[in-house]
Design a protein. Structure first.
Length: 255
């Protein structure tokens, strides 16, 4: 079996490097980050730029991901049946809850956000489609861990990265939480990945009752949780209703 083409592997590594940060990177930073000679990195960046996969800021000379990647990514998402079936229900959930809604699927060792509905207000928000969330510290991730053995295998043995003081990092504690998720049918995460943010999620199944993703509502702790610190029952009910509706559209029968 032929091996990987080195230039393509390097181009992919550059794209991942640019996708991993919140700022533009200069040629020296790209080369150093991947252990490449400047001439090699520049040649690959120039080719990626010509194809629209990378853009160069005219003032700083630094590089960032290009619009062509967004177009290709959108094409992938448009043929993703889960996302297509969930669009209307996710919009309705965001309006009913007054909060952000995410649709996520298992991808390698995390949760890939395949759909994001903005919180229905006038605040500044950033589209997070294509971003990754941790399995062990988010409501989306805990739902997948509870119902999908593949997700648990991807996560590994732990201990896992603590994002806040409330992040569950030990396997025994996480397994106990997953058992609770299966018992009550939903997961929550309160300030486990980001301070001041809480979320609640429920499982989406296909016609064979396989776990194919999860839907969640996310927002400020004071709006997602009640005075007792627990997730508001109305939000739990709304998320579970949306998850059931999406599952039915995918062919699932009664849960």
């Amino acid at each position: 079996m032929p091996g990987a083409i080195q230039s393509l592997s390097r181009a992919a590594a550059i794209l991942r490097l640019l996708a991993g940060g919140e700022r533009r990177l200069g040629l020296s930073e790209v080369a150093a980050g991947l252990g490449l000679a400047k001439g090699t990195a520049h040649g690959i960046l120039r080719t990626l730029q010509q194809e629209g996969f990378v853009e160069q800021d005219p003032e700083s000379g630094k590089y960032q991901l290009g619009a062509e990647l967004l177009r290709l990514g959108q094409s992938y998402l448009d043929v993703h049946e889960l996302r297509a079936r969930a669009l209307v229900w996710a919009d309705d959930l965001a309006r009913a809850a007054g909060e952000t809604v995410y649709l996520g699927v298992l991808h390698q060792r995390g949760v890939l956000v395949v759909h994001h509905v903005f919180r229905p207000d006038d605040s500044r928000q950033v589209l997070e489609v294509g971003s990754m969330q941790p399995l062990h510290a988010t409501a989306l991730g805990k739902v997948l861990l509870a119902y999908d053995p593949v997700a648990r295998g991807e996560l590994g043995d732990g201990p896992w990265e603590p994002f806040t003081a409330r992040t569950v990092t030990e396997p025994a504690a996480l397994d106990a939480q997953c058992a609770l998720v299966r018992e009550r049918g939903w997961a929550d995460a309160v300030e486990e990945t980001w301070e001041g943010v809480a979320s609640v999620a429920a499982l989406i199944q296909d016609r064979r009752r396989n776990p194919v993703g999860a839907v969640c509502v996310s927002g400020a702790v004071e709006t997602v949780c009640g005075p007792d610190g627990a997730v508001r029952p109305a939000l739990v009910a709304s998320v579970r209703t949306a998850a059931r509706a999406i599952s039915r559209d995918l062919g699932a029968h009664r849960f």
